[in-house]
Design a protein around this ligand. Structure first.
Ligand SMILES: Nc1nc2c(ncn2[C@@H]2O[C@H](COP(=O)(O)OP(=O)(O)O)[C@@H](O)[C@H]2O)c(=O)[nH]1
Ligand SMILES: Nc1ncnc2c1ncn2[C@@H]1O[C@H](COP(=O)(O)OP(=O)(O)O)[C@@H](O)[C@H]1O
Length: 204
């Protein structure tokens, strides 16, 4: 039987650098994860492409997906829905490939319930002051949205105990290297455990 891939979940507060770190990870030539493109009702930002950054949906379309049980998880974040397409994730894992989700914490909690064996990584800002700087510098949000995102950030950081690893995003290169190293180590750990288990059965 084909061995299943690993489900890798990266989350952390808005503005911490998840998207930037994810892109750095995926720009490595030997990256073998498959990125799961999320669905959202948020308006596309300048330069964002449907089917690349997100699948952009109307609220009605998104609620249809919820009703048809087509989402592995979903959450409302600062007034918009975000969700992970379940078929893509299951099919990709079944084909033996690792799937990489970049999602906020409420969604990650739902994934933990359905895939307790997943690898959950929380990206931390060096400080809340630096987090605010990053959201402001990115320049994609109005002042109200920045305030709301910072309020969410405090609640999100309180949920870091849910995660297997906490990685600081002080520098993009370092953070992405840490994440790649964690995934590699996790693969070794799981393979070794299974190997030991098989050996045990042989002795019996
Ligand atoms: N639960 C959930 N959150 C998601 C999903 N896709 C993106 N997000 C999160 O939704 C939040 C807002 O995303 P976005 O509007 O793109 O802003 P940004 O990540 O701050 O650039 C971020 O924390 C994303 O990681 C998803 O499929 N499910
Ligand atoms: N390690 C870092 N040091 C300084 N700035 C960063 C770092 N990581 C990301 N940024 C910047 O912070 C802003 C938010 O990053 P982004 O990837 O959009 O965050 P998120 O996806 O978590 O909301 C962007 O302007 C990005 O260039």
């Amino acid at each position: 039987m084909q061995e299943k891939g690993l489900l890798i979940v990266l989350s952390g507060p808005s503005g911490v650098g998840k998207g930037t770190v994810r892109k750095a990870i995926f720009s490595q030539p030997d990256t073998e994860f498959e990125y799961s493109i999320s669905m959202t009702t948020r308006t596309p930002r300048e330069g964002e492409v449907n089917g690349v950054d997100y699948f952009f949906k109307s609220r009605e379309e998104f609620e249809g997906l919820i009703e048809q049980d087509r989402l592995l998880e979903y959450a409302e974040f600062v007034g918009n829905y975000y969700g992970t397409p379940v078929d893509y994730v299951r099919e990709t894992l079944d084909s033996g490939k690792d799937v990489f989700l970049e999602i906020e914490v409420k969604g990650a909690r739902q994934v933990r319930e359905k895939f307790p064996e997943g690898l959950f990584i929380f990206l931390m800002p060096p400080s809340l002051h630096e987090l605010k700087n990053r959201i402001v510098t990115r320049g994609t949000e109005t002042d109200d949205l920045i305030t709301n995102r910072l309020l969410s950030a405090r609640e999100e950081i309180e949920m870091m105990d849910l995660y297997d690893y906490i990685v600081e995003n002080d520098q993009v290169e370092l953070a992405s290297e840490r994440i790649i190293a964690i995934v590699k180590a996790e693969h070794c750990r799981r393979e070794r455990v299974e190997h030991r288990y098989k050996k045990l059965l042989e002795v019996e």
